[in-house]
Design a protein around this ligand. Structure first.
Ligand code: AHG
Ligand code: MN
Ligand code: MN
Length: 333
């Protein structure tokens, strides 16, 4: 049986859910998936093309950028910057907003992305990925501006991520469930493999960088301690899994349940992960799959990014474990 549900066929088939849809958003998602295919190829061949190194530059976060960070960024800026539908872009690798070819930002949408997440791992075949989210401009009649990125995650019109691992997967949502695709290299097409992904209501895996333990608040130490202490009622001890690539840790949490947490700590009082193009898109996906995503006390999707590169704490996963975190660490329901 040939795979009939390719990404573009599936996306266009869903358009009937949106009677006033013009097909623009569907085109954008297909364009993003083309960029993901290019990056997948780049990641797979970087080793023998000598692209695992550093550029010698640092990005706006003071992090050393790798050649692949820059290459992946250029693919997406070139591909999506030439779409008439995007008025502005934000990339983790660029200090400020990126103009597109749409005349004076006339495009209806704005896009924020992390072109290559987990890039510190590329030399060791650990999965990496791309993360993105799309907003509609606040005022369609006005050219896009930085202010169009100052919207709560609840206003996201589409979000998704890819994982460049043993297979290249593409997971997205436009607000009607979460759908997963796998790249069939022989076809060069993403084929539907997981329609309507639902995160398990609870899991048995926790994912955190325990190297930060001495910087955590007492509440976080208490919570992680509870996950590790044998307790028949809670099912603890949970298994610990931490890849160090957000997309890989998130994808496992989405499919198997449990919790991923990167809380603030005394070393990172504002958090480690970026709100706009790491936390918000994955929070949108998690909630669409029946999970929950917090910055600690608040829902990630209720937050409005002031600065395009601002950081946040990120606690995401099955509702059971995320609410358990909120109760123990913040004393909130
Ligand atoms: P990026 O490669 O886009 O900078 O993201 C790296 C992030 C994320 O992928 C991962 O969860 C986190 O860095 C790991 O941070 P630690 O090394 O501090 O655990
Ligand atoms: Mn990242
Ligand atoms: Mn990155």
């Amino acid at each position: 049986m040939i795979p009939t549900q390719t990404l573009s066929r599936f996306i266009h088939s869903k358009r009937r859910l949106y009677p006033d849809s013009t097909g623009e958003l569907s085109d954008l998602l297909v364009s993003i998936s083309l960029g993901v295919k290019y990056i997948s190829q780049m990641v797979a061949t970087a080793g023998f093309k000598g692209l695992h190194g550093y550029t010698g530059k640092t990005n706006s976060h003071g992090e050393e950028t790798r050649q692949l960070d820059e290459e992946a960024d250029e693919v997406l800026v070139e591909l999506l910057g030439s779409s008439q539908h995007f008025g502005l872009l934000v990339s983790e690798e660029r200090d400020s907003v990126i103009e597109t070819q749409a005349a004076q930002g006339e495009g209806k949408y704005v896009l924020a992305f992390d072109p290559l997440d987990g890039s510190s791992n590329i030399g060791s075949s650990i999965p990496t990925g791309t993360i993105f989210c799309i907003f509609r401009k606040k005022e369609l009649s006005r050219p896009a501006s930085h202010d169009d990125f100052r919207q709560p995650g609840s206003e996201i019109v589409a979000a998704g991520y890819s994982v460049y691992g043993a297979k290249t997967s593409f997971v997205y949502s436009t607000g009607s469930g979460v759908h997963g695709f796998t790249l069939d290299p022989s076809l060069g097409e993403f084929v539907l493999t997981d329609e309507n992904i639902r995160i398990p209501t609870r899991g048995l895996i926790y994912s955190v960088n325990e190297g930060n333990t001495s910087y955590w608040s007492d509440g976080v130490k208490d919570f992680v301690g509870q996950l590790k202490s044998p307790d028949a009622a809670s099912g603890a001890p949970y298994s610990g899994r931490y890849v160090g690539s957000l997309v890989a840790d998130f994808d496992r949490t989405l499919r198997k349940g449990g919790i991923f947490l990167y809380p603030t700590d005394t070393k990172r009082p504002k958090g480690r992960l970026r709100l706009l193009y790491e936390c918000m898109p994955l929070a949108f996906i998690a909630e669409q799959a029946g999970g929950l995503a917090l910055n600690g006390p608040d829902n990630i999707l209720a937050l409005v990014p002031e600065d395009i590169h601002e950081r946040s704490a990120f606690i995401v996963g099955s509702e059971h474990e995320v609410r358990w975190y909120k109760r123990v660490v913040h004393g909130l329901k």
